[in-house]
Design a protein around this ligand. Structure first.
Ligand code: C5P
Length: 229
């Protein structure tokens, strides 16, 4: 089976409060997205990396990815992340088999490491369902009323934080995203769960943060600088 990374990068990044979508914000002198692409292209287990942009993306510059031989750039992003992934999977249908593995990774997680990608691949390559990188929770969790008062403490031993990549077979993931109502789907695993299947949780890395708010950029540049040292 083949292993193909799919990067949805068609978001507008509204929570960042910047005019530029977050995947294009500068990080150590390069667009954030370029760091993410480099990291994935450095994973020996991945045969190909597919980037999905919005059809009206005005920021992407082909010169950034010159020489990235394993990379394919598509411009078929949709209105939601789930739609972007579904469109990307549909575009790949002719060139991959139904049981090839797709690793969906947020363009906005530039600190992804080779080590955890290889761990995900090695753990799941014979799995009937697939799964995702995730981390146990460190903080104590509170259930709130509508007025900001804590009603209860939620036991956290069965709770995990989902990261990406999320790795599922092409055919199963496309079917899951086609049958899902996209409103509540914030990751691929939730669409698979809606089919009644249970994705495997594989230990991720604390440094694989999703750049969402301005402070995340500073943290991501620290992690990347440390790695490149
Ligand atoms: O906004 P959020 O942080 O959940 O986005 C996660 C990833 O999904 C980002 O890489 C973003 O570019 C992508 N996305 C997309 N198409 C959308 C919305 C988000 O590819 N319509």
């Amino acid at each position: 089976n083949r292993f193909v990374a799919l990067l949805p990068a068609a978001g507008s990044g509204s929570r960042m409060g910047a005019a530029t979508p977050k995947q294009y914000l500068p990080l150590l002198g390069q667009p954030l997205l370029v760091h993410t692409l480099r990291a994935l292209l450095g994973c020996p287990g991945l045969e190909r990396v597919v980037l999905v942009l919005s059809p009206d993306d005005a920021w992407f510059e082909p010169a950034w990815v010159a020489g990235m031989d394993k990379l394919t750039v598509l411009r078929c992003g949709g209105a939601s992340r789930a739609e972007t992934v579904r469109n990307g999977l549909a575009a790949l249908q002719a060139s991959v088999a139904a049981d090839d593995w797709i690793l969906v990774h947020d363009a906005a997680r530039p600190c992804i490491g080779v080590e955890e990608v290889e761990r995900l691949i090695d753990t799941l390559r014979d799995d009937p369902v697939g799964g995702l990188l995730a981390l146990p929770l460190a903080d104590t969790l509170k259930r709130a009323d509508g007025e900001g008062r804590s009603l209860a403490t939620v036991p956290r031993d069965t709770l995990w934080r989902a990261q990406t990549p999320q790795m599922f077979r092409h055919g199963m993931l496309l079917r899951a995203l086609e049958s899902a109502t996209h409103a509540g789907i914030t990751d691929e695993a939730s669409a698979i769960e809606a089919l009644g299947l249970a994705p495997r949780l594989v230990a991720g890395n604390e440094r694989n943060i999703k750049v969402t708010y301005p402070d995340d950029l500073a943290l991501a540049s620290l992690y990347l600088a440390e790695r490149n040292r």
